[in-house]
Design a protein around this ligand. Structure first.
Ligand code: ADP
Ligand code: MG
Length: 590
C-alpha cells in the first residue's frame, strides 16, 4: 500500500501558526480573497476572529485592544481598498502610541504593475506611517511576522505591517521554515544615577509640585508604582483624559477639578507618559507658569523637550523603572500639606465642585447634557459602584465627550477611552468591541481593577454625529453577543446640534426671501433620527427616551441586558446658539 505524502502546509496556515505562537488570542478583521484563508486557519487553531463591517472600525479596534492589553492588537484585512480604509487605524496607532500588527493581503507577485485584483503598493504607501513594513517570501513568513510584531511593541508603540501577496498565502513553503521566535516583553530602561540625584533634588525643592499622568502611564500598567510615589510624597496629580483612573479619581491628591489652577501655578511638574500637545496646552504660558521646570519621563527620546523646550531634566526611560527609582531617591520626604500651592488647589477644587453640583441640578425639558449624564451616572453607580471597576466608558463626540469626561468617576486604570490624541470621531464602536474582547472573554487579556474575573460592562457615550461614523458595527456586536450599552446623545447635529424641523423650515423660508439657498446648517443632522432601531434591527434592544425617568429605566434595563442596546436620548438643541469651537475655548494661540 502506498501512502500519499503529507502536503506541506499553506502559507495561510504558517501565518496562523505564527500568530498562535506569538500568543495572539483575537484577530480583528474583515475578510476577502485571499486573506480569508488566514482567518479560517486561525479560527481552526482556536484564535478568535471578530469580523467587522468596515476596515476603519476594525483597525481602530485592533489599536484599542493593543492599548488595553499592553501587547499589539492584530488586524487582518484585504489589500488595496482594505488597506486604504485601515490607514485610519494606522494613524490612530501612531498618534496615540497604541501597538498594532497589521496583516493585509495583496495581489500575486507576478501581477504587480499589471492591474491585478486589489493591487496596491502598500509597502510604499505605508512605510512613512508605520514602524516596520515587510513583505515576506514563502520561507520567511514567520520572521516577517515576528519582526513586525516586535517593532509595533518595542520603543514607542505603533504599527508593524506585513504585506501578504496571494502567492505567499496560497503557496506551500517546501523548504526549511524557520520557527517563530517568541517575542519577550521589551527591555526597560531607567535613569542614570547623576540625573536621578539632580531630579530628586529638584522635586524636594519644589514649592508647587505636580505630577501629570497620561495614557502612557495607563498603557505602562504602572499604577501600583505610581500610587506608592504619590502616597509617600504627598504630591498632587492631574490625569489627562485617558490618564483618568491610573490613580482613583476619588484620591485626595487628585486635582482634576482644579486643573487650571494646578497647571498655572505649578513650579515643578513630573510628567509620566503624556505629551505636551494640545491636550496639555503645549506646556506654554498662560496655561502654565512661565518658568515651570519639567521632569518629563518618556520611553521616546524624541519627545523630551519637544514643546516648551525644557529638556534639562528629561528622562528617557520606562515609567515602571523610573518611578520606583524616584520613590527610592525621595524616601522619607513628604510635601508639607500647608504649602500655599496645596491650599490654592483645595480652594479651587471646592469652588469648582460646588459650581458643577449646581449645574447638574438644572432640570429642563428636553434634557441638557449635564442632566443626562447625571442620571446615567447615578443609575450605573447604583448597579455597579465605581470602586468595583466593572464599567468601561468609551466616549466620543464634541460636547458629549467634553462634558461626560468629568461627569463619570473612574477608579481604576484603562476603563475610559475617548477620541484621543487625534480627536478622532468614529473610534467609539470599534473601541467598545475591543474593550469587550479584552475584558469579557475567558481569554480576556486586559483585566484591570480589583476583580480579576473578567466581566465588565462596556458603556458608550456617543454624540449623534460620532455614532454615525461606525453605526454598522452595532450588528457586529449583536453577531458576537456583545452586551454593549450605547447611549446616543441626540441633539440633531454636530456641536450644539440643530433646532427642530420647524426651525429648519423657517430658516429655509427666510433664506429664500433673502435670495439665499438652503435651510440646513453644515452642522445639521437628521432631526430625531431613530438610532435605537439600529440595535432592534439586528437582535439588540432599543430605547427612545426624552425624560429623566425614561432614561433611568432604559439605563437599568440596558445594563442588565445580554444583547447590544442603543438608548437614543433626545436632548435640547439649537442652531441659534453661537458655535464655539474647541480652539476658541482652549485659548490656544493661533
Ligand atoms: P495623553 O494623551 O494622555 O497626554 P500621550 O499619548 O500624549 O498621552 O502620551 C503618552 C506618552 O507615553 C507617549 O509619548 C509614549 O511614548 C509614552 N509612553 C508609553 N509607554 C511608556 C512607558 N512604559 N514609560 C514611559 N513612557 C511611556
Ligand atoms: Mg450632536
Amino acid at each position: 500500500m502506498t501512502t500519499e505524502p503529507i502536503p506541506y502546509p499553506t502559507g495561510a496556515k504558517v501565518i496562523a501558526q505564527a500568530l498562535q505562537k506569538l500568543g495572539i488570542k483575537v484577530i480583528f478583521g474583515l475578510v476577502g480573497i485571499p486573506i480569508v484563508q488566514i482567518a479560517e486557519e486561525s479560527i481552526a487553531l482556536g484564535i478568535r476572529f471578530i469580523a467587522f463591517r468596515n476596515e476603519q472600525a476594525c483597525s481602530y479596534a485592533a489599536t484599542a485592544y493593543g492599548y488595553l492589553t499592553g501587547r499589539p492588537g492584530v488586524c487582518l484585512i484585504v489589500g488595496g481598498p482594505g488597506v486604504l480604509h485601515a490607514m485610519a487605524g494606522i494613524g490612530n496607532s501612531s498618534m496615540n502610541a497604541f501597538p498594532m500588527l497589521l496583516l493585509a493581503g495583496s495581489c500575486e507577485t507576478h501581477l504587480v504593475t499589471k492591474g491585478g485584483f486589489q493591487e496596491l503598493d502598500a509597502i510604499s504607501l505605508l512605510t512613512p506611517h508605520v514602524k516596520a513594513a515587510v513583505r515576506p517570501s514563502l520561507d520567511t513568513i514567520r520572521q516577517s511576522i515576528t519582526h513586525a510584531y516586535r517593532n509595533a511593541w518595542y520603543g514607542r508603540p505603533g504599527t508593524g505591517f506585513v504585506d501578504l501577496p496571494a502567492d505567499i498565502i496560497q503557496g506551500r513553503p517546501e523548504g526549511h521554515v524557520t520557527e517563530t521566535i517568541m517575542v519577550p516583553t521589551a527591555p526597560r530602561g531607567g535613569i542614570d544615577p547623576e540625573r536621578l540625584a539632580q531630579v530628586a533634588e529638584l522635586l524636594r525643592s519644589a514649592k508647587a509640585p505636580l505630577v501629570v499622568l497620561g495614557k502612557g502611564a495607563a498603557y505602562a500598567r504602572a499604577e501600583h508604582k505610581i500610587r506608592q510615589l504619590i502616597d509617600e510624597t504627598g504630591i498632587p496629580f492631574l490625569p489627562t483624559p485617558m490618564g483618568k483612573g491610573v490613580l482613583p479619581d476619588s484620591h485626595h491628591l487628585n486635582t482634576s477639578s482644579a486643573r487650571s489652577a494646578a497647571l498655572k501655578n505649578a513650579d515643578v511638574v513630573l510628567i509620566l507618559g503624556a505629551r505636551l500637545n494640545w491636550i496639555l496646552h503645549f506646556g506654554d504660558e498662560p496655561k502654565w507658569a512661565a518658568n515651570v521646570k519639567l521632569i518629563q519621563v518618556d520611553i521616546s527620546a524624541e519627545e523630551i523637550g519637544k514643546n516648551n523646550g525644557d529638556a534639562e531634566h528629561g528622562i528617557v526611560g520606562d515609567i515602571n523603572v523610573v518611578v520606583p527609582q524616584l520613590t527610592a531617591a525621595l524616601v522619607g520626604f513628604k510635601y508639607d500639606s500647608t504649602l500655599p500651592y496645596l491650599q490654592t488647589l483645595q480652594a479651587s477644587k471646592a469652588k469648582n465642585e460646588a459650581n458643577a453640583a449646581k449645574t447638574v441640578q438644572i432640570v429642563k425639558s428636553p434634557m441638557g447634557y449635564h442632566q443626562v449624564f447625571d442620571v446615567i451616572k447615578r443609575t450605573l453607580n447604583k448597579l455597579s459602584p465605581p470602586e468595583d471597576g466593572n464599567v468601561v466608558y468609551i466616549s466620543e463626540g464634541a460636547n458629549t465627550m467634553d462634558i461626560s469626561r468629568s461627569a463619570f468617576p473612574v477608579e481604576h486604570p484603562r476603563l475610559r477611552m475617548d477620541a484621543g490624541t487625534h480627536a478622532t470621531m468614529g473610534v467609539g464602536l470599534g473601541y467598545a468591541i475591543a474593550a469587550h474582547a479584552a475584558y469579557n472573554h475567558p481569554d480576556a487579556e486586559g483585566c484591570s481593577g480589583p476583580s480579576t474575573s473578567a466581566n465588565k460592562k462596556i458603556v458608550c457615550l456617543e454624540g449623534d454625529s460620532a455614532f454615525g461614523f461606525s453605526m454598522p458595527e452595532v450588528e457586529t456586536m449583536a453577531r458576537y453577543n456583545m452586551d454593549i450599552l450605547i447611549f446616543v446623545i441626540n441633539n440633531g447635529g454636530i456641536y450644539h446640534g440643530d433646532s427642530d424641523e420647524e426651525d429648519q423650515w423657517l430658516r429655509l423660508q427666510e433664506n429664500t426671501q433673502k435670495g439665499e439657498k438652503g435651510g440646513l446648517r453644515s452642522t445639521s443632522l437628521g432631526w430625531e433620527v431613530g438610532y435605537e432601531k439600529m440595535a432592534e434591527m439586528c437582535g439588540g434592544k432599543g430605547f427612545l427616551v426624552r425624560t429623566g425617568e425614561e432614561l433611568e429605566r432604559a439605563t437599568e434595563e440596558g445594563f442588565k441586558s445580554k444583547v447590544p442596546v442603543v438608548v437614543n436620548v433626545i436632548i435640547e438643541s439649537g442652531s441659534n446658539k453661537k458655535l464655539e469651537f474647541a480652539w476658541q475655548k482652549s485659548g490656544a494661540k493661533k
